[in-house]
Design a protein around this ligand. Structure first.
Ligand code: PLP
Length: 387
């Protein structure tokens, strides 16, 4: 490997949310990475900082072109340049769309377990969460179309939030599934927000399917949320894009982002995104390989040492979804037990809805840290199993 993912980076003193924890605790929770971003990006931002003037920014064509080219070359979908709208984050886009595309008291559908902040985007705006649990059989998830069809047919339902690929279980939805979701939504007059923030972080050789590429109905009825922030560990730069092929819908979303004051880039937002998409490809390839190896490390370790914990098979994200049903306790209790007794700080799976048996583990860190986490997990499991 030509990039270094092995050497631990000390994040103390950087106001890191993830690392703002107790002495001796090991954070494997919030979805950011303990790796430095691609050096090409750091160099571009250093140059921008050295300029020393941090006035208001424009959104140049170069920004749109960088996104368009990356999605065309990597993900096989060519969006019109006009389809891209800048935003300061994916969650700001979603919250803004909830306010603009629905009215208070209407239903917004989510398929759980799913990224917990989706709940906040809906509830904080006085809309109703209509939870549609995924089917879970034999350790695998799939869309329960019976439930989804009924949820979308409800006349109070106006919006569907789709996570593609899916956080927390790392599922890549196939084209047929996406087309079916798109058809049901369109036929019921429900707009789809496809949150594709994790789309670049797939296992080597695996590709996600852009929602807008699945069918005409999907393309005409969606707001796609994309960003370089998960892929290149730039969450703190606050740079994202809404892609809306349908011009009428795009106008609405553009107005919404403008009204909510989340449509203007900070001084580093454009340089970070343009450099990431123009120069970050080689770094990303190595990162995907490294994360995949970490996943194999966890998978092998669990099989050999803690067979009670089942790793849900996944193809995307650096988040692992651990089925802890065998411990026979509510997952919040299990999460607390592990943290208290070993300092390992995972995510409590109950916050994602639809599950009271899973923990989420973030493995975007040096392999040495993953080994430390596994040893802590084993200690906790031994204590529980001896009880
Ligand atoms: C599915 C998903 N969407 C959005 C976000 C956050 O996006 P942003 O920081 O751009 O608001 C996350 C972060 O973990 C995520 O997992």
């Amino acid at each position: 490997m030509s990039y270094d993912f092995d050497t631990p980076v000390d994040r103390s003193g950087t106001y890191s949310y993830k690392w703002d924890i107790g002495e001796g605790e090991l954070p494997m929770w919030v979805a950011d990475m303990d790796f430095r971003t691609a050096p090409e990006i750091t160099e571009a931002l250093t140059r921008r900082a050295a300029h020393g003037v941090f006035g208001y920014s424009t959104i140049p064509d170069e920004w749109r072109e960088a996104y368009r080219d990356w999605w065309r070359d990597r993900h096989g979908i060519e969006y019109d340049l006009r389809a891209f709208v800048f935003a300061t984050g994916v969650i700001p886009i979603i919250s803004s769309c909830v306010r603009k595309l629905t009215t208070p008291g209407e239903n917004v559908v989510i398929m759980t377990p799913v990224y917990n902040v989706f709940f906040n985007c809906i509830r904080n705006n006085g809309r109703n969460v209509l939870e549609c649990p995924l089917a879970y059989e034999g350790g695998r998830y799939s869309v329960d179309f019976g439930r989804l069809g009924a949820a979308l047919a409800d006349k109070q339902t106006t919006l569907l939030l789709l996570c593609n690929p899916q956080n927390p279980a790392g599922i890549i939805w196939d084209r047929e599934t996406l087309a079916k979701i798109g058809e049901l939504a369109c036929d019921n007059g429900v707009t789809v927000i496809a949150d594709e923030i994790h789309c670049d972080l797939t296992d080597p050789g695996c590709e996600y399917v852009p929602f807008a590429s699945a069918s005409e109905k999907c393309r005409d009825n969606c707001v796609v949320c994309i960003a370089p922030t998960k892929t290149f560990n730039l969450a703190g730069i606050q740079t994202a894009a809404a892609v809306i092929p349908n011009p009428r819908l795009r106008h609405k979303v553009w107005r919404a982002l403008n009204t909510d004051e989340c449509g203007e880039p900070g001084s580093f937002a454009i340089a970070a995104a343009v450099t990431a998409f123009k120069q970050g490809g080689a770094w990303l390839e190595e990162l995907r390989e490294y994360i995949f190896r970490n996943k194999q490390l966890v998978s092998d370790y669990l099989r050999e040492n803690i067979p009670q914990i089942k790793l849900v098979p996944s193809q995307a994200t650096y988040l692992l979804w651990l089925d802890c049903t065998a411990f026979g306790m509510p997952v919040h209790e299990l999460w607390k037990f592990i943290r208290k007794n070993t300092g390992l700080f995972l995510s409590d799976g109950s916050i994602y809805g639809g599950s009271n048996t899973h923990l989420r583990m973030n493995i975007a860190c040096p392999a040495s840290q993953v080994r430390d986490a596994l040893a802590r997990l084993k200690r906790a499991a031994d204590m529980l199993l001896q009880k």
